[in-house]
Design a protein around this ligand. Structure first.
Ligand code: NAD
Ligand code: UDP
Length: 320
């Protein structure tokens, strides 16, 4: 259902967060009517301040664990803390956001017949025994560990998406997002890219957890948002789950060396204990996304880091 002037009405939950703010920006640039819903747990008003003058943009402070009664054509469900220290701060709430949040957006999609996109995660694969990870791998997840609130919450959300799809014909798009970085990451979120960049800019030691030989594959935010838009535009046969990320894999030690090289300064590597259940390796197989979306990331790590370093440099000097 479209409203009278046929501008698409798009809801972005978690729209004031890192990825959500980039998504709102992109959706507005394409002429959509965007409603950003956020409770500002990890998101910041500063992330969307530059959008507030746009007459097609609206912001609502709301906790997505409670139902929302609005009329929409598309929903992107991003509301959920994504960084381990944030999602472990209140693990019960993390599971609630994933599960109750999914039920609420799916209920909304069912009533309004909106398409609904779920920001799922590579964490559904846990500490994977299969490398690289493909969508048909069921994962290796500890159900009772310190990451479980997030991993199992997101897994249950996927279950709900597919059950609403089978049972109620809700049109779903489930993306499994691999580590993504860029401007507007939270300065204190403890994720590896923001930590290393901020530490290097401050001339502090770079904290490597474990031996630094665990791997991740880092996608720049603009590449990821492009994939979100393409996935949402696919036909009903494409539901996902679909891996979205950059398949170029780095060890954490390699990442630290690249950041030090790019920022300069005298930061040294220091080694700290590896948090429990920290996955040893992670790399997406993006064959499905390439085929279904005609998409692959274009921005190499060093190119994305230039913009990320510039953002944090400005943030540390000027605040905001
Ligand atoms: P983020 O923490 O910056 O954004 C999450 C947003 O959700 C924040 O604005 C936060 O305030 C909001 N939020 C949290 N709880 C809420 C609630 N109950 N009601 C309303 N809003 C709430 O993180 P991000 O990196 O932008 O991640 C966005 C989504 O993408 C998350 O669902 C995350 O799980 C998923 N994801 C991100 C990555 C990544 O590398 N960035 C990887 C995998 C999955
Ligand atoms: N990590 C690290 N030093 C830091 C922050 C993170 O060595 O200061 C490691 C962390 O243990 C993990 C990897 O970097 O192995 C990625 O961590 P992040 O929290 O960014 O994401 P996730 O573990 O969820 O992929």
């Amino acid at each position: 259902m479209r409203h009278y002037d046929s501008i698409k009405r798009v809801l972005v939950t978690g729209g004031a967060g890192f990825l959500g703010s980039h998504l709102c920006e992109r959706l507005l640039a394409e002429g959509n009517d965007v409603l950003c819903v956020d409770n500002y747990f990890t998101g910041r008003r500063a992330n969307i301040a530059h959008l507030l003058d746009n007459p097609n943009f609206e912001v609502m402070r709301h906790d997505i664990t409670f139902p929302l009664y609005i009329e929409v054509d598309e929903i992107y469900n991003l509301a959920c803390p994504a960084a381990p220290i944030h999602y472990q701060y209140d693990p019960v709430q993390t599971t609630k956001v994933s599960v109750h949040g999914a039920i609420n957006v799916l209920g909304l999609a069912k009533r309004t017949k909106a398409k609904v996109f779920q920001a799922s995660t590579s964490e559904v694969y846990g500490d994977p025994n299969v490398h690289p990870q493909k969508e048909d791998y069921w994962g290796n997840v500890n159900p009772i560990g310190i990451r479980s609130c997030y991993d199992e919450g997101k897994r249950c959300a996927e279950t709900l998406f597919f059950d609403y799809h089978r049972q109620n014909k809700v049109r779903i798009k489930v993306a499994r997002i691999f580590n993504t970085y860029g401007p507007r990451m939270h300065v204190n979120d403890g994720r590896v890219v923001s930590n290393f960049v901020v530490q290097a800019l401050r001339g502090e030691d770079i904290t490597i957890y474990g031996d630094g030989f665990q791997s991740r594959s880092f996608c720049y935010c603009d590449d990821l948002i492009e994939a979100f838009i393409r996935l949402m535009a696919t036909g009903e046969d494409v539901t996902g789950p679909m891996n979205l990320g950059n398949p170029v894999e780095f060890t954490i030690k390699e990442l630290a060396e690249v950041v030090i090289d790019m920022v300069g300064g005298g930061s040294k590597l220091v080694f700290k204990p590896l948090p429990s259940d920290d996955p040893r390796q992670r790399q997406p197989d993006i064959g499905y996304a390439k085929k279904a979306l005609g998409w692959e990331p274009k921005i190499a790590l060093r190119e994305g880091l230039i913009k990320t370093i510039a953002y944090f440099n400005d943030y540390l000097k000027n605040g905001n």
